[in-house]
Design a protein around this ligand. Sequence first.
Ligand SMILES: *Cc1c(COP(=O)(O)O)cnc(C)c1O
Length: 387
Amino acid sequence: MKREWDLLHTPGPTPIPPSVERAMNQPMIGHRGQKCKDLLKSIAPRLKPVFGTSGEVLVLTGSGTSALEAAVVNTTQPGDEVIVVVAGAFGERFAKICETYELHVHRIDVEWGRAVEVAQVEQTLKSSNQVKAVFLTHSETSTGVMHPIESIAERINELSDALVVVDGVSSVGGSLLDMDRFGIDLLVSGSQKAMMLPPGLAFVAMSERAWQTIQNNDRPRFYLDLRSYYDRLGEGQTPFTPALSLLFGLEEVLQLMEEEGVQQVSERHLLMQKMTRDACRALNLPLLVSEQEASTTVTSIRPQTFEAEQLRKLANEEFGLILAGGQKHMKGEIFRIGHMGYCRPANVFQYISVLEVLLKRLGHDFDAGAGSAAAQEAYLQGTREET
Ligand SMILES: *Cc1c(COP(=O)(O)O)cnc(C)c1O
């Protein structure tokens, strides 16, 4: 059974807007021809506001991790001291990549479900004056935490010359990171989260300072050498065959974001976060993450009265609602709802209603309709000025 009615609410991959699907269906083109040049030239400047930068945003073919790896290999040399904040599976991945490339890693381990404190980064930074880069995750998708990147970046820039490198795979397009203003040097992302595309594209936005470091770095690298992407960008070219169908889709994604407004896109995500969290509280569902530390794109729930996996199974079988489980040691402990990209307040009403039905089946104690009512209230509050 194809089950095209499935409601995909994993924190990536995420649903694709119909107009983006249609755009990806265009006839194939040659990647050295004029059409491809026009496409790349249309995309390049329009990606900048999404990343909050006036610098270049490079597009690679690969999953999000290829952008993380590109950030590491292009900015560092073996033996360099770096700091990595590890507060979940994706911070862990950044640390692993750094270790693989023989960096001297100062880990800041943070309890899963908590955000790092600026003081922790400050302390680690002060313990060495050789730190070349600090690797951070913006939205830690495995827990649903959003780290206070703006304050951390500000402090790092005050205290050192270390590059500020941010994994924005599950936040770019879902929460505005004003890269230039925040003092972020590299902001990397992928296509299948808030960018409303299938997996397969990776993005690397660079500050001028990062570009200088990358240019002067003679560490061997080939497919992920950002210099070759940067050099070709001006001519409307890529060094290797790009994922053309995804680029057709990306052009349409940018169109959609421009129509809505990049700021409004970010506000919509905040609204959906609020609706989801208020509903969970009204349903007596324990939230893993506190209000101040919560991600705008993914919400984690740690149930006490039923098994997270049981709920996920029922949601999938009965309604085609696809939720994510926990990763690593959080497996079976939590379930996660993705509310990013092609997701709107009406979709939140839908999954909250579905959850209520399932919670009844599971014998969970709550007032009937309380979740939906809370989501509606959050929606009305959040949109009051505009109505
Ligand atoms: C999904 C994700 C990644 C990795 O993406 P892949 O596309 O699976 O390589 C990295 N970081 C974060 C924060 C993510 O959410």
